[in-house]
Design a protein around this ligand. Sequence first.
Ligand code: GLN
Length: 484
Amino acid sequence: MQNKSIAELAADLRLRRYSSLELTRHYLERIERLDARLNSYITVDAEGALAAAERADEALRRDAAGPLTGIPIAHKDIFCTAGLRTTCASRMLENFTAPYDATVVERLAAAGAVVLGKTNMDEFAMGSSNETSHFGPVRNPWDAARVPGGSSGGSAAAVAARLCAAATGTDTGGSIRQPAAFCGITGIKPTYGRCSRWGMIAFASSLDQAGVMARSAADAACLLDEMAGFDRRDSTSAEVPVPDYVDSLDDDLHGLRIGLPKEYFGEGLDPGVARSVEAAIREYEQLGATIKDISLPNSPLSVPVYYVVAPAECSSNLARFDGVRYGHRCEHPASLEDLYTRSRAEGFGAEVRRRIMIGTYVLSAGYYDAYYLKAQKIRQLIAQDFRRAFEEVDVILGPTSPTTAFALGAKLDDPVAMYLNDIYTIATNLAGLPGMSIPIEPVAGLPVGLQLIGNYFQEARLLNVAHRFQHATHWHQAAPAGFE
Ligand code: GLN
């Protein structure tokens, strides 16, 4: 059952080949048996999942099923879930239970999805390896000595290991695409504003976007159909109509214009990853696409710009965790100031504290113009590069990450080396564009991701371009040994 697509599962459920209760029990049993190796879940909600499965079976019996009725999924532990703990992988929120569901959670529930639990992640989504989690690192199902990527590493590992049919993720600088690449799955970060941020714990509000992690573009389309759309509770939510993402999956690719940015194929790119990406590009030529070399001249500035903008916004967003209203509170504070400082020092891990300090610095009087304002200006130039490129091409292709998954601990003491992992993904967030990662030919047994970047609100096109590739190849079907 765990290898079936979401469309197949939904059809089986409708035909009563098995019930949602059986399917949900099957996933819970797999989690119980296999997740000790991965640590991909922070919280498993067996009771809630079984109750939701029973409701799903009843809806199926009444012929009142929605598109995802009875399908077991998982949520990244950054999405608030009413009555079910939401930790953001931080000691700060270790015992936090939100009184409401995030919009994305609410919409997937309304479509009938069953929630198995909450997946592990980097603390407050800050990281590229899932090693900053208060609940311990996640291991890569393809090689337990390696990281799954981050920050949505738990969702990526759980989907790859077939411990849920699909999962939600969030992407501020690459957190859906990079772990998707490292774990050999399909991930889509929609256009900024496409999915509501309401109830999604904020990291860097002008960059954060919810998306899907799944085994195929077709599965991702099924979830995105439900998640996307305007939400009046999120002031940056886009009031743009949502097409049916499943409808256009099979559209022909003849005449598709693909751009290859020369900046994404230079120094630092692993030669094995480069070869694999080149083979994927040849496959697209076979499918009828034409290839054009392009340039995104300001993209080398995206990492430095991001590490001004994201920490600035994080320092402001995380100011709410003061030990007073919710979250961790220190014991026996001597004064109000002591309460603030000790609660925050105890509640936040090292990476989160580093970012709050950088962010506070770049926003402080005298430095604001030199850093934050300057970064915002360069951000405009980066977006302009893409606008120019999309006058000539329909999609941009390149590697998702410069290397395959690295060893646990390898970059933990070198934040800059860790930050460079997202060199190809960050510009997309700075520009607000949609991006995807799909598995292509592995290197030395490790998954490799191909990144697809589209113009604003072109998610349907991206999913179509990804689906046609997956129709013609089998890389996305491979399962890690021991998790088949
Ligand atoms: N790795 C990047 C960071 O640490 C991106 C994280 C994300 O997309 N949430 O900020």
